[in-house]
Write a protein that binds this ligand. Structure first.
Ligand code: SF4
Ligand code: SF4
Length: 339
């Protein structure tokens, strides 16, 4: 059976995460968009096309993901999608919070878009709406149903935090009922609003879950969901002593493009002006050093260098000060396919 392609979190994979605007109708508690670092622009269609063309060499090997903000707020998203299809990208995904503005489902077809990927952060309305805002649960479920009715393939992204990890075990029934094809589990990172909240409060209020909670819950829930014939992708986060650490900045090919022209290779770098590429007059050019690429080369016992810098409290050490485990790269994940 041939699987429809979408974003891939594996070694050697290539993904282009294209934020075409930063505007959004929601105000999620953990939103990673940081206007001071990413700008507030909505890119004109001509710029979107020019920037897509900059990535067109080897486009067949790249998965393209349109994001925002909420990308369906961009009135030219259908034209951008169709241009990307002509350029031959390996797959095209639209990430959405479910509100599906500008009647997007009737302006693109399943031939144009490989996946509509929805975000939901709770199995119940109460939990999801506490994190993502009132009405977001109903809009997301309704959006998924409407997309499937129109023949689109769908996936769901669930960002695990201390506010919703308890509902992960309820997701198999919901996903099954909805008919979602793939499920992506993400770990909440201290980026954007979460980083601001963390700085303003104390460590005990962290949205991040403990290592024991993560290990007790996530892989088991992933397997329960995969047993329903849904493809599941999840991060290990905490590597065991026998597991090899690798940095996607070295072993994969990811690009995170923002409307202010910054292009990062690692999402954990996005709160800082350390992007390794940028657009100047629609040409993709390298930035001056030091930048994120210099960090990828560092080999430290804690694993991910950026994790050590921005969220060091999730590493514990033995009595000699040696880290007890490594933190995995957030771009390299496990995938379970049972079908
Ligand atoms: S839907 Fe996405 S972009 Fe919008 S507020 Fe939520 S996390 Fe941020
Ligand atoms: S998250 Fe860490 S390991 Fe992954 S690309 Fe960034 S710096 Fe490298």
């Amino acid at each position: 059976m041939t699987l429809t392609k979408t974003v891939a979190f594996s070694k050697k994979s290539a993904n282009l995460f294209f934020h075409i605007l930063t505007k959004c109708n929601l105000k999620c508690r953990h939103c990673y968009i940081n206007p001071a670092q990413h700008g507030k622009d909505t890119l004109p269609l001509a710029t979107i096309k020019a920037w897509l063309e900059a990535f067109a060499p080897d486009s067949g090997s790249k998965n393209l993901i349109f994001l925002g903000g909420e990308p369906t707020l961009h009135p030219d998203l259908p034209a951008a999608v169709q241009h990307a299809r002509r350029l031959g990208f390996g797959s095209i995904t639209i990430d959405t919070n479910g509100f599906l503005f500008h009647d997007i489902l009737s302006k693109v077809t399943p031939e144009d878009v490989d996946y509509f990927s929805f975000s939901l952060d709770g199995a119940t309305r109460e939990t999801n709406d506490r994190i993502r805002g009132n009405g977001s649960y109903a809009a997301c479920l309704d959006g998924i149903r409407r997309a499937i009715d129109r023949g689109f393939t769908t996936s769901l992204i669930y960002t695990v935090s201390s506010a919703n990890i308890q509902e992960l075990a309820m997701m198999p029934d919901l996903l099954d009922k909805l008919g979602v094809d793939r499920f992506f589990i993400q770990v909440i990172g201290l980026r954007g609003k979460s980083a601001l909240a963390q700085n303003a409060s104390d460590i005990h209020k962290s949205p991040q879950v403990s290592r024991s909670q993560w290990l007790d819950t996530v892989s088991r829930a992933a397997q329960m969901i995969a047993d329903r014939d849904i493809i599941v992708t999840y991060p290990k986060v905490f590597l065991g002593p026998e597991e090899k650490f690798e940095c996607a900045g070295i072993v994969a090919d990811n690009y995170f493009v923002f409307p202010n022209g910054r292009v990062y290779r690692c999402p954990l770098c996005e709160d800082f002006p350390i992007h390794s590429l940028c657009f100047q007059e629609n040409q993709l050019v390298p930035t001056a050093k030091l930048n994120e690429q210099d960090f990828f080369q560092l080999d430290i016992p804690e694993g991910c260098v950026m994790n050590k810098m921005i969220q060091p409290h999730n590493i514990s050490c033995d009595e000699k000060g040696r880290p007890e485990y490594k933190i995995a790269c957030c771009l390299l994940k496990e995938e379970i396919i049972t079908r």
